[in-house]
Design a binder for this molecule. Structure first.
Ligand code: OGA
Ligand code: MN
Length: 206
């Protein structure tokens, strides 16, 4: 019997979040499922299904390309085998996070996102002022053969400076939505992800 206990990848994410509020998982999914999601994202984009992303909620929503230049489409259960598998994996993660961190996460909402070359998302928090349900942010990258020179890093603003994450296909980033200031830097090529949020029950009245 090994003296070193095996920590599952999902448990490692929970431990990272507890320790410093974010987790970077370089090979969260293997090549094929990542490629299937990338293919679906690209197909949906070429069919014109991705729309300019808005900022804020409800009547406060507006599109401002100076703040956020991506196009998105929300994913729904049952739309494809690849998305359903991804949702099933994130459901496992939701349960582990609840067991370990007692976050009371109730559901997940997610969308494909595509940033054209040069697009960015200025520094922000993922929690809205008038809706505090978003609790844990997840960003899964879909980009094959991403090179350092392509740019497009996710920049986490930390107390001690910053941490840059290149959007390499197969990488999952997880962070606490309320406290982690972050931004997306411009890239020289198209940048795709499947981004989402685990939500808890509303505490503020909606
Ligand atoms: C977002 C976001 C980060 C990324 O969509 O809110 O911050 O790396 N995305 O795409
Ligand atoms: Mn964000």
């Amino acid at each position: 019997m090994s003296l070193v206990s095996e920590v599952s990848p999902l448990q490692r994410i929970a431990d990272d979040l507890a320790e410093h509020g974010w987790s970077q998982q370089p090979l969260f999914l293997p090549y094929i499922p990542t490629l299937e999601l990338a293919t679906e994202c690209r197909q949906r984009a070429s069919l014109g299904e991705l729309a300019p992303a808005a900022i804020g909620r409800g009547t406060g929503q507006q599109v401002r390309e100076g703040v956020r230049g991506d196009r998105i489409q929300w994913i729904e259960p049952g739309q494809s085998v690849a998305c359903d598998r991804y949702l099933a994996t994130l459901e496992e993660l939701r349960l582990v996070l609840n067991q370990t961190l007692f976050l009371g996460l109730e559901d997940f909402e997610g969308h494909f996102a595509m940033y054209p070359p040069g697009a960015f998302y200025a520094r922000h928090l993922d929690r809205f002022h008038d809706d505090d349900r978003r609790t844990v942010s997840t960003v899964f990258y879909l980009n094959q053969d991403w090179q350092t020179a392509d740019g497009g890093e996710l920049r986490l603003h930390l107390d001690a400076g910053w941490h840059d994450v290149p959007p390499i296909g197969g990488t999952l980033m997880v962070f606490l939505s309320a406290g982690m200031l972050h931004e997306v830097l411009p890239a020289t090529r198209e940048r795709m992800s499947l981004t989402g949020w685990f939500r808890r029950r509303a505490v503020l009245p909606l």
